[in-house]
Design a protein. Structure first.
Length: 326
């Protein structure tokens, strides 16, 4: 099986997906759909039109390079970065391949509906988008490195959060939760990555962010944080019904989950002993929730492991949720 994979190189997730494709026996040719090299970032600062022309040229070169291989599957992890003309050309170059688009952003954040018409299969992590637009629903996953973590030396009165500060609303919610935890004697550990651009935006808005970093967390430190805390604080950057990567990772590691995503109540894995949904910045009940035991503390939810995710992404196993016929 030969796979042409256009993706956004994001943290370790994209490379882990590629590794799993190879486990399924695939030969994978990966193309970065939106390079974030110093050169491309420099072009973006000069002007959007110049950047767009170079991005179009980058895609055109990748499409030309693919002409020498007959691929079985063409998979996109996001597609809104590619023009409709380039997608049409790629379909011409690979006429026998099955085209699959997966989105780990909601339509409210990136509208990929124009590109969706170029694909045989359209999958999304967002349950509402899947329902309203008749796309296949495929939640995010737990990486192999997070599977099988220890569950026997955590502090039940502690929570962690690892994430990017992209929106001011997320930082404001974290500040409010810090205050709640301090008042209730709960330990709240965080690693909050912030870009210089967002940091400047917060400063201009009169907010001086505390406890933030320009660097991503070390993976060993991340695993230690999960193993030694009793739960996670989950607050999405964007308006979405899809569950975050942090939700899926901590679900599979047996943690308690405190989240603002009300859509989680529609998931088959939801149970009030495991997941507490808060509204706005009303954190009442969180301390009591952390004290209550989980009914099935050893559940690992293998159906949400990356192995299952990639099998569904490639169409080698059926979707866990019924795919809507397009």
């Amino acid at each position: 099986m030969k796979v042409l994979f256009f993706g956004l190189d994001y943290h370790t997730y994209t490379q882990e997906i590629i590794a799993e494709m190879k486990v399924f026996g695939a030969t994978v040719n990966y193309v970065d759909i939106q390079p974030r090299t110093v050169f491309f970032k420099f072009l973006r600062t000069l002007g959007r039109s110049l950047y767009d022309r170079y991005l179009e040229s980058h895609h055109a070169a990748a499409i030309r390079a693919s002409e020498s291989t007959v691929y079985d599957k063409v998979v996109f992890l996001q597609a809104h970065q590619m023009s409709l003309a380039s997608l049409a050309r790629l379909r011409q170059v690979q006429p026998t391949a099955e085209f699959t688009l997966y989105n780990w952003d909601a339509l409210s954040n990136h509208d990929y509906r124009p590109q969706a018409n170029s694909f045989h299969r359209v999958l999304t992590f967002d349950r509402r988008d899947a329902s309203e637009h008749c796309y296949g629903y495929l939640p995010l996953f737990c990486q192999r490195s997070m599977q099988g973590l220890r569950r026997d030396h955590n502090d039940p009165g502690s929570l962690f959060m690892v994430g990017n500060i992209v929106k001011p609303a997320r930082y404001a919610a974290i500040e409010s939760f810090r205050t709640y935890c301090s008042e209730r004697g709960l330990l709240f550990r965080q690693h909050l990555k912030i870009s210089p651009v967002v940091w400047s935006q917060l400063i201009r808005a009169g907010v001086h962010p505390k406890g933030v970093s320009l660097r991503s967390i070390d993976q060993a430190a991340f695993r230690n944080m999960i193993e030694t805390t009793g739960g996670v604080f989950d607050f999405a950057n964007h308006t979405q019904s899809g569950q975050t990567m942090r939700m899926m990772e901590t679900l599979c590691t047996g943690k308690k989950i405190v989240t603002n995503n009300v859509w989680v109540r529609k998931e088959p894995f939801y149970s009030p002993d495991r997941i507490h949904v808060f509204d706005g910045t009303d954190f009442s009940g969180v301390a009591e929730f952390l004290k209550a035991p989980i009914a099935e503390p050893d559940a690992e939810f293998p159906e949400y492991h990356i192995q299952s995710f990639v099998g569904q992404l490639l169409g080698l196993v059926p979707l866990l949720s019924e795919e809507c016929a397009r």
